[in-house]
Ligand binder design. Structure first.
Ligand code: HEM
Length: 538
């Protein structure tokens, strides 16, 4: 009893499509009554007052008055495209997900976004980019809701409102619109040293991508892939662009945001329209799902850490091609609702405390943004799998449910007497042990090291990349009004690298502080033979 048919791209078919095409011979009201004039209100004489009985005037203006919905609380500005994902089959060894099987083709919808700017902000600002993919698999919708930076600012979702409040424009002046160059951002990231790694990536060229087509994507958290026997492998998801990873230089990004604030959006749409379809390979790093969930001393549940690809190579599992632009921005790009909890059999979550909070947040915010609990019925959100749920009614219900007994078991509708078993295609959670002896509000000790990976990142940069990072910190911190924040930021940089700290300090006209802790000494990478998990996949 799910909603009626949709096309492979999630578009409504049949009568709805004709209605939406605006190509009919007659203009009508929303009720289908033909109109003879849509330019003049009904009046008491040509110079007289307008009559309340003009139902067309009222319908037209009322609908217009309610056209806007709230923008996303984060990632408000985005651009999207339809496409297809084809599994290589290599992941079949560790996941039973049907869409990962060899040569299975699955429609996808991808939305790229900036994080902090509002809907009308510029594309080429320095920011993290969202990279969210909806897979319309035959077993239900799977959403991979990632970013173009592999780590996050915070380790626990309870701080998410705080980091976003700090990153958004100041509440008094509502500036800046879409950048990290302001006091509250720097105040937060210097008071929460766990934010150092993500901030450093932002200040690198990764913060100003050349194009959405040349961005990597990362699932950030560690997830689980689960095979047909229920065996679990920990994985980190990576999207690798076929065009390579490219950034703008800062001056270019600044000019682009003035000359063409829609630079990335236009680039994506123009490329697809011209037939230059962008492609990404999906890959996974694999790790054994042992009770520690650590790999080479890295806590896999800490979203501020990467696992270097020298330690665990990214193994390709499929190819995504974006080949069609949305035909209506609002219906598709704006109304699409991603959720990290949309999973299919063969994929499961871990205890990463940031991921756990996200499992609550997405649907919760969409209840407001999309006006009630029935947004999964919107064409762009509809699963392509059959739906037989017991959810009923609510605002904007479009399904006409049949039967009288939306509960089970029931003796009236004869429907769904059994739930599916694990061997019948059902989603079954990995029965992982929960080793809790007490409730606590504390992080594990393994989350404490906030500086060795930023240093590792810095040391991996070429001289010109380092110059760009120094210039970025100098520019962004230079926009802060409060000296105490600049000084604290320099203390953080001193923990990453002396050259970085000294040169930014010189740019700001301040003395370079001594580090108030030892500099990390990143270990040389061990050989690939030490890789855990399932390696190689094929
Ligand atoms: C939206 C990624 C952390 C709450 C988004 C979007 C992306 C994303 C890509 C845009 C989705 C779209 O295009 O519609 C991430 C990543 C995170 C992260 C990679 C960390 C690794 C969090 C956390 C929370 C959160 C910790 C809350 C506890 C939200 C909300 C939205 C959003 C409320 C708006 C959703 C909507 O209105 O539809 N996130 N996010 N995110 N995210 Fe996150």
């Amino acid at each position: 009893t799910g909603p009626e048919t949709v096309s492979p791209t999630g578009q409504p078919t049949g009568a709805d499509q004709a209605r939406n095409a605006q190509s009919g011979a007659y203009l009508t009201t929303a009720q289908g009554a033909r109109l003879y004039d849509t330019d003049h209100s009904l009046k008491a004489g040509p110079r007289g007052p307008v009559l309340l009985q003009d139902h067309h005037l009222r319908e037209k203006i009322t609908h217009f008055d309610h056209e806007r919905i709230p923008e996303r609380v984060v990632h408000a500005r985005g651009a999207a495209a339809h496409g297809v994902f084809r599994g290589y089959g290599s992941a079949a060894k560790i996941s039973k997900a049907a869409f990962l099987a060899k040569d299975v083709e699955t429609p996808v919808f991808v939305r790229f976004s900036t994080v902090l700017g509002s809907r009308g902000s510029a594309d080429t600002v320095r920011d993290t980019r969202g990279f969210a993919t909806k897979f319309y698999t035959e077993e239900g919708v799977f959403d991979l809701v990632g970013n173009n930076i592999p780590v996050f600012f915070i380790q626990d979702a309870i701080k998410f409102p705080d980091v976003i409040h700090a990153g958004k424009p100041h509440p008094d002046r509502e500036i800046p619109q879409a950048q990290s160059a302001h006091d509250t951002f720097w105040d937060f990231v210097t008071l929460h040293s766990e934010a150092t790694h993500h901030t450093l990536w932002n200040m690198s060229d990764r913060g100003i991508p050349r194009s959405y087509r040349t961005m990597e994507g990362f699932g950030v958290h560690t997830f689980r892939l689960v095979d047909a026997e229920g065996a679990s492998t920990l994985v980190k998801f990576h999207w690798k662009p076929k065009l390579g990873v490219h950034s703008q230089v800062w001056e270019e990004a600044q000019i682009a945001s003035g000359v063409d604030p829609d630079f990335h959006r236009r680039d994506l749409a123009d490329a697809i329209e011209a037939g230059a379809f962008p492609q990404w390979e999906l890959g996974v790093q694999t790790f054994p799902d042992n009770p520690e969930q650590m790999f080479q001393g890295i806590d896999l549940l800490d979203p501020t850490k990467i696992v270097p690809e020298e330690l665990a190579p990214v193994q390709p599992i499929g190819l995504m091609t974006l080949d069609a632009n949305p035909s209506n921005f609002f219906a598709e790009t704006e109304q699409v609702a991603f959720h990290v909890g949309n999973m299919v059999p063969g994929i499961d979550v871990t205890n990463d405390p940031l991921l756990q909070g996200r499992l609550f947040s997405y649907v919760d915010t969409q209840l407001t943004r999309l006006g009630g609990p029935n947004f999964p019925q919107l064409p762009i959100n509809r699963t392509h799998a059959p739906v037989n749920d017991m959810l009923r009614d609510g605002m904007h219900q479009t399904a006409v449910h049949r039967g009288v007994a939306p509960y089970r078991p029931n003796s009236l509708d004869g429907g769904c007497p059994f739930l599916a078993g694990a061997d019948n295609g059902a989603f079954v959670e990995v029965p992982a042990e929960v080793a809790a002896s007490r409730k606590v509000r504390e992080a594990p000790e393994s989350f404490d090291d906030h500086f060795s990976q930023p240093r590792l990142f810095w040391l991996s940069m070429t001289p010109v990349e380092r110059e760009h990072i120094i210039a970025a910190y100098t520019f962004e911190l230079g926009k802060c009004y409060e000296q105490v924040i600049k000084e604290r930021a320099l203390k953080v940089l001193a923990r990453i690298d002396a050259q970085l700290c000294e040169q930014v300090a010189a740019g700001l006209g301040l003395p370079a502080p001594e580090p108030d802790g030892p500099l990390a000494d990143p270990e040389p990478s061990p050989a690939l033979s030490q890789v855990g998990g399932v390696w190689p996949l094929d």
